[in-house]
Every structure is written in structure tokens, then in C-alpha cells.
Design a protein. Sequence first.
Length: 423
Amino acid sequence: MTSSAPDDTRRKTNRYMVVFICFAAIVFDGYDLIIYGSTVPSLLAYKEWALTPAEVGALGSYALLGMMFGALASGPLTDRFGRRKMLLGCMILYSTMMLLVAAAPNPATLGAFRFIAGLGFGGVAPVAIALVVEVARPHERQRLNAIMLAGFSVGGVLAALAALAFLDDVGFRGLWAFGGIALVTVVPLAWRSIPETAPAALDKTPKADESPMRQLVNGRAIAALGLFAVANFAGFLLVFGLNTWLPQLMRAANYDLTSALAFQVLLNLGAVVGGISGSALADRIGARRVAPATFLVATIAVAVMASAPPAGVMAVATLAAGLGSIGTQMIVFGYVATYFETSVRGTALGVTTGIGRLGAVTGPAIGGILLSSGLGNAWVFGFFCAIAILGGAACVIVPARPTRRSNPPTPRMRSTTETEPAT
């Protein structure tokens, strides 16, 4: 197939519809995370289960562990079998499991169902990122990717608002069950509208038959994969750690439950603004410059939160923490997607996201351990601050992309791979 095929696909595809559907799929990913964090105080108060903070943190981590395996598997599978099949499969899996999560009769069953749901949630993001980057025009890839990934924070805001409005009426089970709505809303729309853009479907060059992992086995690519995995680890740990424990941390700082949930809304609003504006800037000057800067914002913001400032300062710091944690994660996703060639993009996203998901598993668990130890909020925020420094450092030392002369792309890749703005 000639190099014009991807361009023809892009012209025939309503890229904004693709972005919207992927955005909606990611909304439920964000909803699942934040609704669990929003119901943590209710779970701790549920006398029938009598859970400790450490046990609640562990239950939160089961879904995140599933996300890690889902992300690792989805990358190679989507490069081999196509973006459309994987996106639909992941959405059907996670929406079905969310309904079962809501009906879990005991903590052990809850953990098992959340793990299986996590397989679907973890697979959605790498597939959706690869899909959006491939239907977008080169100059808008970071921006459209960030708009799509903003669905995570929108889902978080909706979850926090739903908890404020309905927690007393429907309880934590009712709020968890809302995650199953995707099965009858987003899945049918995706079935009808999502195109196939994967190299397996479009790329008939000899290089397309080579294993994506084999294509990635060289010194520069391995170094980049490792550093992107570290950056993803740091970003995910901040995102999931803060969103899981922020309501409880605010309760420990003597805010009532309504105020504590309001801070969670601020965290996710900051993420939407920061992710979209930061990614638009990355389209202009390069993600390798923007990502370390936003990690620095997270470091400063969390350090301010650790000092227990007045409520007004805490609100501003929470907004900035959302920009520097969830917003940064959007930028890092786009950085990975535009760094690697089309034929290995899904695999690179899956590997770096999957390994990075260890941070998503670690964040809630360590937060629960620190809170259970009685060390106080300052230690929890201090830990998150150190992780933000680690993520920024990893982004700084990612090697520059190889030049075309040293790593010439095939015509298929040349038509769909964005050149990163000069540093």
C-alpha cells in the first residue's frame, strides 16, 4: 500500500468524532478512580466490613494492578490486531465489571472484580492515544490527545460531584454502578464510528512484518523506554495517590467531607486546564521542554500542601497540583506517542504505560500505609513531592529522537509520524 493510505484514512475519518468517543471512554477510567477515592470515607465507616486505611488502599490498588497488566498486553495486541478491536474489547470488559463491582458481597470479591475491571481500564488509554495520534493532523496531535485524555479529569470531576450529590441517597455501591453506563452509551457509538488505523490493517511494507518489540531493541530506544517508564511511574503514582487519598487527607486536616470532596474537584479541574494548555504548548516547543516544567509545578504545589496553609492557599495549591500531576501525565502520554514511529507506537505506549502503572499500584498502597502509621499529612505530601522530582528528572534525560538519516522511516511512517519541535 502506498504512503497516501494513512492520509486518505484521515480525510475520510471524522477525527473529532474519534476524539470524542475516546474522550468518553477515558471519562469512565477517571470516574472509576475518583469515585473509589470519593467513597473511601464511606468504606472506612462501613461497619459490616470494618476495613482499615491500609486495607482500603490495597483494595484500591487491585484495579490499578489490573491496569498495569492491561496496558502491557494492549500495546502489542493493538499493533498486531488493530486499534478498533482493542478499544471495543476494553470498554465492554470494564463497563461489565463495574456493574459486578457494585454488587460485590465481600472485600475479597470486590478486589477480584476491580482487578478484572482494571484490565479493561489499563488497555483503553494506550489504544485511545495511538488512535487519536493517527487520525489527527501533525500540528494538532498533542492538543487533540490532551483533549481526549482530559476525559480522565472530567470523569474525576463528575465522580466527585456525583459523590457530593448522591452518596447519601445511593451509597457507595450505587455510585460504583454508574460506571456501567458505558456499556449502553459509548460502546454502541464506538462500534459504529471508530475506524481501523493500526499498522496491521494499513501497512503492507516488509518492515510491518517485523515484531514491534524487535524494532524497539536498540540502545536509544531502550533508554527512552526506560526513562518514559520512570516518568509514567511518577506521574501515575501522583495521579492515583492524590486522587485516592486527598479526601481523607483533607478530613485529617479538619475539613468536613463536603469541603474535602470540593478539593478533589479542584484537583481535577486544574488537571483539565493544565493538560490541555500544556499539550498545546508542547505542540509548539516540544514535550521534552514542557513535561519537566509541569513536574516542577507539581513539586512546588505538593510542597505547599504539605505545609498546611490557609484554605485559600490550599485551594490554589490543589489546582496547581492537578496541573502538575494529572496534567503532566497527559503531556507524557503525548510525548511517548509522538516520540516513537507508527509501527511501534502502540507497543511503546503499552510498555511504558504498563510499567508506569506500578506507580498507580504503589501510590494508594503507600498512602494508606503512611496514614495508618500515624506519621501525618506532611509525610504523605512529602513523599508525593519526592516522586514529582523523580518524574521531572526522568523527562530531562530522555535522549533526543534519532535523526531520519540515522534511523530512516518507511514511507508509511513518514506520512503519519510527527517531527518533534526542536529543543
